[in-house]
Design a protein around this ligand. Sequence first.
Ligand code: MN
Length: 726
Amino acid sequence: MIYADRKETVKTYEDLLHSMQESGRQYDLEKIEKAYHIAEKAHGDQRRLSGELYISHPLAVACLVADLGLDTDSIIAALLHDVVEDTTVPLDTLKSEFGGDVALLVDGVTKLTRIKFSSVEEQQAENLRKMLMAMSNDVRVMLIKLCDRLHNMRTGDAWPEKKRLFKAQETMEVYAPIAHRLGISNIKEELEDRSIYYLDPFAYKTICSHLEKNEDAESFISGIAEKIGERLKENGLEKFYIKKRVKSVYGIYRKMYLQNRDFEEIYDVYAVRIILDTVGECYNALGIIHDMYHPIPSRFKDYISTPKPNGYQSLHTTVIGHEGIAFEVQIRTWEMDHTAEYGVAAHWKYKAGVTAKDKIDDRVAWVRQLLESQRETDDAGDLLHDIKSELLPEEVFAFTPKGDVINLPAGATVIDFAYAIHSAVGNRMIGAKVNSRMTPIDHKVATGEIIEIIMGPKDKGPSRDWLNIVRTGEAKNKIRNWFKKERKEENMAEGKAALEKELRRNMINIPADRYDEFMRDMARRQRMNSVDEMYAALGYGGLQMSRLIMKIKEEYAKLDKEPAPPVEVKIPEKTEKTNGGVIVEGIDNCLTKFAKCCNPLPGDAIVGFVTRGFGVSIHKADCINAKMGLEGEDAPRWVRAHWAENVKESFTSSLEISAIDRGGLMMDITVLIAEMRLPCYAMQARRLNDGRAAVSLTIGINNTEHLNSVIAKIRKVEGVTSVQRV
Ligand code: MN
């Protein structure tokens, strides 16, 4: 039995050698032989579920990799792809035996293999695809993985039912779309067909029997191929190749079962593919076909002038044959055909023998070219995104221990990860294990990591510092929400203290008697219901201190300069009567007196205060008592007032004169006052220590104009430095 197995294995190895010969590429056979022996020895007597020796699997995968035309390193990596995961050979050994490139490829495939998906629900599938693309940062990793999956799907009959279904669904949702995006149509179609074979065996058999029964169809399509060949020759096209093609099982499945058509209704079950040397010949051939058969207009597609997003180019047309049976004709060049079958791998097939550096440059060029061709198409977004994440990682994908994929922006931390799972997980987080090791909570998530969040007691709650660590808005909001809900009192105290500190720091000193009103106003402006709510918001971070303090500064500046706001008094009727040179709005014949605190003069802006029993007291509008009074509970008693025209009465005014002391100063001042015929009610002079003198003077004056001229004259007295009205 074992002997028979070995013989089988040797035969498969010969197949591999044959594939390599076919590819026309130079291989390092010695190195490949060595890899084969290491793999064979390492897997030893391990067997697959089907009973075959395990080594048959890596050998078969290596064959597929060689068929794609990949290089020596890729074939070696294919032979060794399950060694690290399933045997005792460490990665370091592979590195020392075959070099860093092989080790990286094997490591990449191993990582992809290790991923255990929990489900392939629709929303997860796209994440999975993106993640796999991002993880295989060398396209060869993904190509080897696709070959691995293809061979497993070919040989999965021994799997238990549940595994078959799961693998098939995963292949359908994740790997076939990736093969499609990489443009490898052969592998894509076979993956899909094998998936349907497991997922819907009945439909699979039905379709196969339809195809088998149709022997007529086979001779029909052969006849057509022959006729087309003849006509092409008649038209001077000598070098061409015609392939007869049957649509894939899955392609038919989609039309029959998802679009509800009968098998007979499907136009393009049978197709003829014409392969030519040049694009010109392709269009030429198209003309000839349309001349031979009647085309169905809606079914003509020119993917040569407008390639598909994955780079596919071809002319497609569906025509009606002479027997009334429709069939599809695909016309393309050899190069286009090659690209269609091998996609990204076609690149290696063409460029056999280039150096490693060229390869990387070419790969980037290939990606660029792909991006260019994507631009106008609809599903450009997806692939663009995939390729971008390959070259400039901007997203990361990590796993929960259960295998759910969490998609985060690059730079996100394990805290973001926890909140992305659920806010309850984030709020209870006390630590995290990444790939089974404890890590700091600011650890930045990398693609492919398996992250386990360690949770504390239910009421544990996040830390405020996390707001500075997390990267996603989602995590920030969830953290703030927690503080908002759970710690109201604490937030209020914290917010209030923080605001007071910030006010001191900015030297904003709101008068105590205006403080509450000021803050109420600020809270209203922030759309908060109360000052407490504003404090709480500051506490949990829902309101930014920097923003609030900016607004406070604005309002504070106004508060400082603002003269007392004009008093608004309801005026019952507009009657103005002169009284003592002052008109008090709305009050007739009232008794007025001039307040001693500010001695208003005609020309000053004034306001009146309705006293209890002594008429109206007139103050200067900027008098401190007037300002204060307007704020107090007596505010309604303050009334507008102004000077009547032609005030003749005399008023008193006090002046404070500063001067450099000298003999005769007082005399000069008194002489001046006498000359101006001003009544002088009081005069006091004192000598100051620094050789200066101060003189206080109370004089009779008519109005501010009069006063200003008096002040100007006093200023001219020798030695006088300033004169101020007090
Ligand atoms: Mn494998």
